[in-house]
Design a protein around this ligand. Structure first.
Ligand code: DGL
Length: 268
């Protein structure tokens, strides 16, 4: 028997770091009345350089604990790395609707004119069979060039904290794609990591004109809204953030979270 959902039950939005804020922004647009708890596994950041087993264990363990504690109405895994590896496993064990984030290959295939799509993601994401399946299903008649750009995760975290994103990390991501055979024909780039839209301005400048970027944030927010249609919401306290950092995070991190309406940052 299903218990009725409490009006105050939050949406639990999860990422390894600040990337999920790009999804939070979109979610606030389509569902401003939904209370949100933003959980960042800052102690596990970055996920992209970890093994599949490490990521699956962290994500399922943490989401299990947080779900028990917070009773969310829905969990949104706002992280491509965690979703492409652990989405199925998390869905099997948690009795709550789960929305994941997967590389936006389908819309990119509809957008490209040249037929050559670039994809920037973490090292772990670009090697996933999940991405192979999306490519086979939606872009079989296109050329998909994948490049791992781990430096962009750190660059996005830095930028959000108010510092300059490392230009070498941006240049290396762009060169990495352009130097692949066929790379000069790329006209559409999938930002397959939720951190990367935070660097869209820098990436646009580095790629030069004629390249369009596509990512899943607004689609994910709409999917969350669809699943929660008809539910009642009551925000009785401001939204807040949880992090797994053992020590206090820098003041600049708290300021960045506050800009997204998460003035209260607590430890898990
Ligand atoms: N934001 C995450 C993603 O969408 C990953 C960043 C990381 O922890 O490496 O893939």
């Amino acid at each position: 028997m299903h218990r009725p959902i409490a009006q105050t039950a939050p949406v639990l939005l999860f990422d390894s770091g600040v990337g999920g804020l790009t999804v939070l922004e979109e979610l606030r647009t389509v569902l401003p009345q939904a209370p949100v708890v933003y959980a960042a596994d800052t102690a596990g950041l970055p996920y992209g350089t970890k093994t599949e087993a490490q990521i699956a264990a962290r994500v399922s363990g943490l989401l299990g604990r947080l779900t028990e504690r917070l009773n969310p109405r829905l969990v949104c895994i706002a992280c491509n790395t965690a979703s492409t590896i652990a989405l199925g496993m998390v869905r099997d064990v948690l009795e709550v609707p789960i929305v994941g984030t997967v590389p936006a290959i389908k819309p990119a295939a509809a957008m490209t004119r040249s037929g050559v799509i670039g994809l920037l993601g973490t090292e772990a994401t670009v090697r996933q069979a999940y991405v192979d399946r999306l490519e086979a299903e939606f872009a079989a008649d296109k050329r998909l060039l994948r490049h791992a750009a781990p430096g962009l995760v750190e660059a996005a975290e830095t930028k959000l904290r108010g510092e300059r994103a490392n230009p070498a990390a941006i240049a290396s991501a762009v060169d990495g794609l352009r130097r692949m055979p066929g790379g000069d024909a790329i006209d559409t780039v999938v930002l397959a990591c939720t951190h990367f839209p935070l660097l869209e301005e820098e990436l646009t400048a580095a790629f030069g004109g004629g390249v369009r970027f596509v990512h899943g944030a607004s689609g994910i927010a709409r999917q969350v809204a669809r699943l929660l249609e008809g539910q009642d919401f009551a925000r009785v306290a401001p939204d807040y953030a949880l992090t797994t950092a053992p020590d206090a995070l820098p003041e600049s991190f708290a300021r960045a979270m506050a800009r997204y309406g998460l003035a209260d940052v607590r430890s898990v």
